[in-house]
Design a protein around this ligand. Structure first.
Ligand SMILES: C[S@@+](CC[C@H](N)C(=O)[O-])C[C@H]1O[C@@H](n2cnc3c(N)ncnc32)[C@H](O)[C@@H]1O
Ligand SMILES: Nc1nc2[nH]cc(C(=O)O)c2c(=O)[nH]1
Ligand code: SF4
Ligand SMILES: [Mg+2]
Length: 236
């Protein structure tokens, strides 16, 4: 049986970002990513230097842990990472949905999987120039196609600067059918360092100022609520 590489499973907490912000959620964070974003806030699930901390778990064992953390009450499970789309979460989703749980997946849109169509929500987060990565739009479109008529698909873009902002505007024009969420980038992601609430609020203010000054009224602008509450602490 294939095993899943899992960096951490935690919750219930609240979803801190995007379309499902505030929703009670269990997170299953997979290990391994095909990207290396300059500002990744989850390097412990990306950098192979942390490989020894990733557990090789069967679908059944992952599911037992989710059930235990949720006290058996069906809630929302977020598959994040790393890039969860480099692994096979189909059997986990099937198991959970049979018990009434809902599933969402966070991915950058670089790898499409058939199991996307079994999700309730697919969050595609294409990476802006500041990340140092370059989006393959063919692959991104493959992800949309894999979702088919299944989940609600939304887009979430992290904005660090003016260049990212202009890039996000062009991407929005390209995918007008996708509800769009913008979140300011967090420049300090080291779990051992405190966040600077003033910097985060200045960045959010700047982004709100941009969209309102431009009369760009389609995206929703949101902070990372969990970062405001807990800083860069892991497992929340
Ligand atoms: C760690 S990623 C994991 C899922 C997937 N690899 C992705 O990037 O969509 C989860 C979310 O955190 C966002 N993110 C990562 N680092 C961030 C930072 N420094 N500031 C704000 N958002 C960040 C990503 O853009 C993504 O939307
Ligand atoms: N509370 C909370 N909300 C989140 N939204 C996206 C997260 C992620 O790292 O994927 C995340 C996370 O790690 N914690
Ligand atoms: S794609 Fe996501 S997990 Fe991978 S490096 Fe970028 S932000 Fe981190
Ligand atoms: Mg995160």
């Amino acid at each position: 049986m294939t095993r899943l590489r899992i960096a951490e499973i935690f919750g219930p907490t609240i979803q801190g970002e995007g379309a499902l912000i505030g929703e009670p959620t269990i997170f299953v964070r997979s290990g391994g990513c095909d990207y290396r974003c300059n500002w990744c806030d989850s390097l412990q699930a990306v950098d192979p230097a942390f490989r020894r901390d990733w557990a090789a778990m069967s679908t059944g064992t992952v599911w037992d842990r989710v059930r235990e953390l949720s006290g058996g009450r069906p809630l929302t499970v977020s598959l994040s990472g790393g890039n969860p789309a480099i692994q096979d979460f189909g059997p986990l989703i099937a198991q959970g949905r049979a018990e009434g749980y809902r599933f969402t997946c966070e991915t950058q849109g670089s790898v499409a999987k058939p199991w996307f169509s079994d999700l309730d929500t697919l969050v595609l987060s294409p990476k802006p120039p500041s990340s140092g990565e370059t989006v393959d739009w063919g692959k991104f479109t493959d992800c949309l196609d894999a979702a088919q008529e299944g989940p609600k698909v939304v887009m979430k873009i992290v904005i660090f600067d003016e260049t990212d902002y202009n890039w996000a505007r062009a991407v929005a024009d390209r995918y007008p059918m996708l509800p769009l969420y913008l979140q300011p980038g967090n420049p300090v992601v080291d779990p051992d360092l405190p966040i600077d609430p003033q910097t985060l609020s200045d960045r959010l203010l700047w982004l709100v100022g941009k969209v309102t000054a431009d009369g760009w009224f389609t995206p929703r602008v949101l902070p990372q609520l969990h970062v405001l509450l807990w800083g860069n602490k892991r497992g929340v």
